[in-house]
Design a protein around this ligand. Structure first.
Ligand code: SIN
Length: 520
């Protein structure tokens, strides 16, 4: 960890910890939303500390984003309609207005002008090659091949790294928020087993998603819902937690170490790829008028149904020039020995949480001086089902807004939570076994299809599991234990929200028969 940024106004008799730091704005997480918050705050004159568990850019979900970043082009009204329709009219129109109104300006100012991201063009320097994805009325997705995330994320990290007013602490996990008299004053940060309070004028959570709560996910490891759990434990409101989005086309991988799963971007269907079952039949027209370009929740369920009925679903890429249009995905297939000309085997996997810490249009949570942005937040933009390629955009827009709003406060040094025994004296395999149990029950009972009996059973299992984890957390501090705690808290929030919502809508799909009686 680099040198502390202790300010002169800080309390000089602080004794509970060996050391502490102060900063105007503490950002927890280093995906596009966290980096945008850091930029927004620093541009307003704040000193910013970014604390991230990640040890490399690939540790953030944003790095993995394939399809791209949707913009409003010349028709924000149509963009808004598409977002609302994909969400089955459950998205918050006011939040959607913010997204579509800010989209073009944020992308141009930050991504193009400040970071110099070279989005694919049609030849002319400023003639973007807009891509099409499911449920978009027109091509409006800026992309770089099908690896847009890393082409945005790496220059963003480099840009902030070069600034004197932003400090990035990697391999540094936030374990708990520091709250005092109803206000959030920063977080306890852990690195190499050492725990240090970071006191901040404002704290921005940007911890990403929840992929580690499910057996199959497109998220990188470590997506344990940290920010959601920390905020909820501190008393912040969460909303829409039942809306967990599954991506329909993920290559599931095999048993060999080199044969790992990977996302096959919706952009491939946008260019004309077709879904076929094991009998070679194209089935999507039977499920929705927009066939392969139906909203993501519809396609994901259809793919799962056809897999169960016929044994396999493949993405037939013969209608397009796959190798020329998607060289990066072609390379992924080649590395795993997948013969894409015969169709790429695909199935659904957890991809994105539409809900999270409830925030307003500036990313403010229900707790004073606490903000949340990106996937850990619930802005209302996605409702029950997110439109493709709006997640990077939401992270960018809300990150900038929250950062600007958060910049205005000085850090105060207050009493931090007590430091517990640092000895991570856990029974061998404790965390691993609990994660296996947690993922199994989430996948079976709070997944793509849900039955109230299954969801209730999941709540009981998760409550027991959380109780076992909490017993250890009371006496020990270790990162893996806290990740398990965050995962169990977040899983329970999802299961509780799923149990309380009797309306089958979007990603919250209620079925008549218990899912646990079916084969996966
Ligand atoms: C994809 O490329 O299919 C993912 C895009 C998204 O999740 O928005």
């Amino acid at each position: 960890m680099s040198a502390n940024n202790t300010d002169a106004a800080a309390r000089d008799d602080y004794e509970d910890y060996d050391d502490y730091r102060t900063t105007d704005v503490l950002v927890v997480g280093s995906g596009i939303a966290g980096l945008a918050a850091a930029l927004g705050a620093a541009d307003e004159g704040a000193d910013v500390t970014v604390a991230t568990k990640a040890t490399c850019p690939e540790g953030a979900s944003s790095w993995w984003a394939q399809g791209g970043i949707a913009v409003s082009r010349n028709d924000p009204g149509q963009f808004k309609e598409d977002i609302l329709a994909a969400s089955a009219d459950t998205a918050d129109p006011e939040a959607v207005d913010v997204l579509v109104d800010d989209a073009n300006g944020a992308v141009e100012d930050v991504l193009v002008d400040t970071l110099g991201v070279a989005f694919d063009t049609n030849g002319e320097a400023d003639e973007w090659d807009f891509g099409r994805e499911a449920a978009h009325d027109e091509p409006r997705i800026l992309h770089v091949d099908a690896s847009t995330g890393k082409h945005v994320h790496v220059p963003f990290l480099n840009h902030l790294d070069d600034r004197d007013d932003v400090e990035i602490l990697d391999d540094t996990a936030a374990l708990e928020l520091v709250s005092h008299e109803g206000r959030v004053h920063g977080a306890l940060l852990e690195r190499d087993g050492e725990v240090t309070p970071a006191f901040a004028g404002a704290t921005v959570l940007a911890t990403g998603g929840i992929g580690d709560l499910y057996p199959r996910s497109t998220n990188p490891d470590g997506a344990t819902g940290d920010g959601i759990a920390m905020a909820a434990l501190a008393g912040a409101d969460v909303a829409d937690m039942e809306y967990v989005q599954f991506h329909p086309t993920v290559y599931p991988g095999g048993d060999d170490p080199g044969d790992g799963p990977f996302l096959v971007s919706e952009a491939v269907r946008g260019e004309g790829a077709l879904l076929r079952n094991a009998e070679g039949e194209r089935f999507m027209p039977d499920y929705h008028a927009d066939a392969e370009l139906a909203p993501r929740d519809v396609v994901a369920r259809a793919v799962q149904t056809e897999r169960e009925a016929t044994g396999e679903v493949v993405l037939d890429v013969s209608p397009l020039d796959f190798a020329a249009e998607f060289p990066d995905l072609t390379a992924k297939c080649a590395a795993r020995g997948v013969d894409w000309e015969a169709g790429i085997p695909v199935g659904p996997a957890e991809h994105f949480l539409c809900g999270g810490v409830d925030v307003d249009t500036d990313g403010r949570t229900s707790l004073d001086r606490l903000y949340a942005v990106g996937e850990c937040s619930r802005t209302g933009v996605h409702g029950a089902n997110r439109l493709a390629s709006t997640s990077l955009l939401e992270g960018l827009v809300w990150g900038l807004r929250a950062g600007e709003d958060a910049a205005d406060h000085d850090a105060e040094v207050v009493e931090a939570p007590a430091l517990l025994d640092r000895d991570p004296d856990l029974p061998e395999n404790f965390a691993r076994e609990k994660f296996v149990r947690l993922r199994r029950v989430m996948g079976e009972s709070v997944g793509l299809r849900r039955h109230p009996d299954d969801v209730r059973r999941a709540q009981a299992v998760l409550r027991r599991l959380k109780g076992e984890v909490d017993a250890y957390v009371r006496t020990r501090t270790s990162r893996s234990l806290y990740e398990l705690r965050f995962a169990s808290v977040t899983a329970l929030l999802i299961a509780r929200a799923a149990a309380e919502n009797g309306e089958s809508v979007g990603t919250h799909n209620l079925v008549e028969d218990p899912v646990t009686s079916r084969a996966d």
